[in-house]
Design a protein around this ligand. Sequence first.
Ligand code: SF4
Ligand code: SF4
Length: 182
Amino acid sequence: MTIEDRIEAAEGLFTRRGASFIADERVRVLLSAYREALEETARIFARNRIGAFCSACAAKVPGGCCFQEIEDTYDLVQLLANRLLGAPLPRTRLYAGQCIFLGPRGCTLLARDPFCVNYFCPEIKASLGPAAMKEIRTVVGRELTAGSELEQALRLRIPGVQPVRSPAFPAPAGKAPLRDFT
Ligand code: SF4
Ligand code: SF4
């Protein structure tokens, strides 16, 4: 299934069942906790000027590090979570060879995969230093926990989806991973 197919399926599910998910008290509580965690991440990213760092990088290296292959980590449930949070899903790819979720001002998603949220390139790590990185990773960890709790609740409510998401796509045989999280 292509990412376009998964986006189509998520839009269909959101149209059919979005209102009932939002009316579900447990989902509502988890959505609210996730929103708060996302806001906390946005605050610490802004304080550390990570967005500015990545924008400057993306201007030099088109798309920065948002490779096309990364979109394959997103499944139906993660895409639905984005719609429930109010993030639109793109119908077309803006930049050839780059992730379909990359927009003119960076990532268009709110519920992002750990693969995206947890990656900081060596230049960012060197620029911010270990103390700031430790604080950022703590905040990011809270976002990932909140996102995972919502995702699990949604999985339990959607017949036929896998109860646990498959791990992020493996590196091609014999090749280094696209991103190094160390
Ligand atoms: S994480 Fe690093 S490589 Fe990726 S866009 Fe930001 S500055 Fe560029
Ligand atoms: S989902 Fe967003 S952060 Fe992740 S690779 Fe795509 S555009 Fe970049």
